[in-house]
Ligand binder design. Structure first.
Ligand code: AMP
Ligand code: MG
Length: 472
């Protein structure tokens, strides 16, 4: 793979990572290459070979390493996690001057593998490929998928599965958990070095560590508001899956809502509903509080009480950032660009009716955009009639074209769970056509056409996916 690497993370102190080469596999074969992204990264598509993606060849200039991190998983502290099956190949500067990580996920065991085999199987690899690219097409910050390859080896999960590797691109892989790993060791020097590194990459305008923290808070608030606006449930918002860049990362048991319900949970491992749809903003705040506590020695080195006070103030700004972005997005979803005081009531009024009717989240808003009449979806008796006149009156006071606003904000197609399951099943049987077709449709989520109707359709009762699995 011909890429111009410039690996700043590999130049950080050795205790930040473990240098590790990918483990070669039996029979690498490419499943997909993201040509548009490759071009953005200045990588010649033809040089993205199966051997490189599967880890049999390390590209010139790469310095593969497994990053150290820790984290709270479902609220429980785990002092050492780290890349157990992922390797950072290095960094490139993209066509917009942005530094991007290239990582191989599923490339073999590392010193952080604990009991794991260091591998991934084709299902989760293609799931992450599809959903991360769908997220990007929806306009939300996310890690990207550069390529996927099968390994020709079998990975044993609940049953034997085809092994695969995902080449993933991120603004960085620095997580809240990266800071936590050093805080837990009392290594203030490392926290200072990591903070400097993260500031240079993600918040170049920030002058102080407090500014840095405030920017991370704002980025996370915008991200979570974005998730809410498209009905996305991450499913594993642990601190090790919370980026400093504000990108969505680690698509495990994530899912898009079909029928709308605030307490909705898909993930089989989220038994308490900690990461339910409506809990996501609170959980982000919880994660950011963990980040704040690691930064206290830098924010106010001699006065912890003072540090706590100013960090708390910065953390509290999450609420106003989130609310402002949430209102902006949901206003646009019902055709509003101007602001009136009654708008929030109008939005929550629709959402509560959708919840009572278990209306399809995506399609209710899309039908509103295309026909102005979602009566058939909000089926509860009188629900539509008790909401629509207020909305219609409000929309009349908009200066622009409310329908155009709505069409640009409400996708026609999302990565529906049953489509993902169907795509994985076909891929395991050797048929990659459904994967490519799904990718094609999801690349243009705001486009309606005869070919997209089938993908916009909610699951039939027998197609409904009730639970999603980490499947790692
Ligand atoms: P995840 O649930 O993918 O965010 O992973 C949580 C932690 O478990 C991370 O430290 C991963 O690197 C590690 N992990 C997950 N799957 C494996 C595996 N098959 N082998 C080794 N480590 C793994
Ligand atoms: Mg993770």
């Amino acid at each position: 793979m011909r890429a111009t690497f410039d690996n700043t993370y590999a130049r950080l102190p050795e205790r930040f990572f473990a240098r590790q080469h990918p483990d070669p596999v039996a029979d690498p074969a490419l499943v997909a290459v993201n040509e548009t992204l490759a071009e953005e990264l200045g990588i010649d598509t033809g040089s993205i070979t199966a051997a490189v993606i599967a880890g049999n060849e390390v590209p010139e200039g790469a310095e593969p390493l497994a990053q150290l991190y820790a984290g709270h998983q479902f609220g429980n502290w785990v002092p050492q996690l780290g890349d157990g099956r992922a390797l950072l190949l290095g960094e490139v500067i993209d066509r917009n001057g942005q530094r991007r990580d290239i990582q191989l996920k599923g490339a073999g065991r590392t010193p952080f593998s604990r009991g794991g085999d260091g591998r991934a199987w084709l299902g989760p690899v293609l799931r992450e490929y599809v959903v991360s690219e769908a997220m990007h097409a929806l306009g939300l910050p996310t890690t990207r998928a550069l390529a996927a390859a099968t390994t020709g080896e079998t990975v044993v999960r609940e049953q034997p599965r085809p092994g695969a590797v995902l080449a993933r691109v991120a603004a960085s892989h620095i997580r809240v958990g990266t800071f936590q790993a050093f805080a837990a060791r009392g290594d203030v020097d490392a926290i200072r070095t990591l903070t400097r590194h993260a500031m240079a990459r993600h918040t170049p305008g920030a002058e102080t560590v407090l500014d840095f923290f405030a920017e991370v808070v704002a980025a996370q608030a915008r991200l979570i508001a974005g998730w809410m606006s498209i009905g996305f449930i991450h499913g594993v918002m642990n601190t090790d899956n919370t980026t400093i860049s504000g990108e969505t990362i680690d698509y495990g048991p994530c899912a898009f809502l079909d029928d709308y319900h605030g307490a909705k949970v898909f993930s089989s491992i989220d038994r308490m509903g900690r990461y339910a749809y409506q809990n996501q903003p609170d959980m982000a705040v919880w994660n950011l509080a963990q980040l704040a506590s690691t930064l206290l020695p830098l924010i106010a080195p001699d006065d912890e009480e003072k540090g706590v006070e100013i960090a708390t103030q910065a953390l509290n700004a999450f609420g106003s950032h989130f609310r402002a972005e949430w209102l902006r997005l949901f206003r646009a979803k019902i055709g509003l660009i101007t602001e009136e005081t009654g708008d929030e009531t109008l939005i929550t009024g629709l959402l509560s009716r959708m919840s009572t009717s278990r209306a399809d989240f995506t399609n209710t808003f899309r039908v509103l955009a295309t026909t102005g009449d979602a009566r058939a979806l909000v089926t509860d008796a009188g629900a539509w009639e008790s909401w629509a006149p207020d909305w219609q009156a409000r929309v009349k006071r908009e200066p622009g074209d409310p329908a155009a606003t709505m069409l640009a904000e409400n996708p026609a197609v999302i990565a529906r769970n049953h489509r993902i399951e169907e795509m994985i099943e076909a891929a395991v049987a050797g048929d990659h056509a459904p994967f490519h077709k799904l990718m094609e449709v999801l690349a243009h989520p705001f486009h309606d056409g005869p070919d997209t109707a089938e993908y916009a359709r909610p699951p039939a009762p027998d197609e409904r996916v009730h639970q999603t699995f980490c499947g790692t």
